[in-house]
Design a protein around this ligand. Structure first.
Ligand SMILES: Cc1ncc(C[n+]2csc(CCOP(=O)(O)OP(=O)(O)O)c2C)c(N)n1
Ligand SMILES: [Mg+2]
Length: 377
């Protein structure tokens, strides 16, 4: 569990304990992070931040090649800047972790209006232009990128189905952590890093999700790494965690089963170093939990298999995109047999067995077990 504050000191929350701290409660070994790597990451982050703010404010002159005029600014702004720099910082640090360790990872972002940060990241790594060739990597494409954001007929201010790689429509706060656990269950190879806004943390579903360690099994499930983005605000209003002391936050989270590590500061160079240290050490700690996953050899073999599968899938998608450059007509997936979908389950607690999840049983057999009329209470 890591908290980060890359913004200004709010005088509350992590701000009460000045400077950067890495909790001694994190025994995992952090990865090396050279000055050159950090400078490269900071340059990528600056570009992502520029693209993010350009999407929010600009409708023309996206590279500011001429002096800014009022007609370059969108007439109606939607979304806000608050969370995006933190999301982009974690994005680039996770990418470095993946490149260094081949760790399978999923990034879930909960805080409000973080969409432009993820779109900026996909544009910078080339995925956006690959899927939407009209949003090309030149000034004309950039112009379209900034115009489409939060405009009628364009894309929303949260992560949406149009965002490359997204698995769930955003917009409604509260479900980040429970989705992270859902992805990690029965997926022992996976690291799910999940950013939670301090505003989102006040929603009912998220407040209840802190209990997840009770349901995660290190031997069978992947690692869930929640990252509480404690910027002190929900849009413009103060947050409860933002007004709490570090000690109170630590006590609360530790009572739910999490081991809190605090990173705070307003100097990007230092925060990047400390945040990378915290994330990679936490990942190492989770992998070293007693009973965690399979042996290193088995893990490596599984990773290789999954990479081969992904390569095959990418090749199939590339063939499809070549035939359909607009990228709008996705390949249709074969539907499952209708009798196998939404099967009612008999009353009583479900027991998750060892090994792979299995398809639900035959609908008629399950129906026969139900009380008369087939109603499930
Ligand atoms: C369930 C729900 N309630 C309210 C909103 C409206 N809303 C959008 S962003 C936001 C603030 C979220 O705060 P935080 O997660 O801390 O993000 P930050 O403002 O720091 O970027 C709110 C209340 C929403 N999207 N979903
Ligand atoms: Mg916030």
């Amino acid at each position: 569990m890591t908290t980060t504050d890359t913004g200004t000191d709010t005088g509350t929350g992590t701000g009460t304990d000045a400077g950067l701290q890495i909790s001694a409660a994190s025994p995992g070994t952090a990865l090396d992070y050279t000055d050159a790597e950090r400078q490269a990451d900071l340059r990528w982050w600056a570009a992502a931040n520029y693209l993010t703010i350009a999407q929010i404010y600009l409708q023309d002159n996206p590279l500011l090649r001429e002096p800014l005029r009022v007609e370059h600014i969108k007439p109606r702004l939607l979304g806000h800047w608050g969370t995006s720099p933190g999301l982009s910082a974690i994005y680039v640090l996770l990418n470095r972790l993946i490149r260094t360790t081949s760790q399978d990872a999923l990034y879930i972002t909960g805080p409000g209006h973080g969409g432009p940060a993820l779109v900026a990241a996909a544009y910078l790594d080339g995925t956006y232009s690959e899927i939407y060739p009209a949003i090309s990597a030149d000034t004309a494409g950039l112009q379209r990128l900034v115009r489409q954001f939060s405009s009628p007929g364009g894309i929303p201010s949260h992560v949406s189905v149009q965002t490359p790689g997204s698995i769930h429509e955003g917009g409604e706060l509260g479900y980040a952590l429970v989705h992270a656990a859902g992805a990690a269950f029965d997926n022992p190879e996976l690291l799910v890093a999940c950013v939670i806004g301090d505003g989102e943390a006040e929603t009912g579903p998220l407040a209840a999700s802190w209990k997840l360690p009770a349901f995660l099994n290190p031997a069978r499930d992947g690692a869930v790494l929640p990252i509480l983005h404690l910027n002190g605000y929900k849009i413009s209003g103060p947050t409860v965690f933002g007004r709490a002391s570090d000690a109170d936050i630590r006590d609360f989270l530790s009572g739910q089963g999490w081991d809190a590590v605090f990173v705070s500061g307003d100097d990007p160079d230092t925060v990047f170093a400390e945040l990378y240290h915290a994330i990679t050490a936490a990942n190492a700690t989770i992998h070293d939990l007693p009973g965690a996953g399979a042996s290193r050899r088995q893990r490596r073999q599984r990773r290789q298999r999954s990479r081969r599968w992904r390569r095959g899938r990418s090749a199939a998608l590339a063939r499809h995109r070549a035939a359909d450059p607009q990228g709008l007509d996705r390949p249709r997936r074969r539907r499952r047999h209708p009798g196998r979908r939404h099967v009612p389950r008999p009353p009583g607690a479900a027991v998750r067995g060892e090994g792979k999840p299995r398809a639900p049983g035959d609908a008629r057999r399950v129906a026969a077990l139900l009380p008369t009329g087939g109603a499930v209470r």
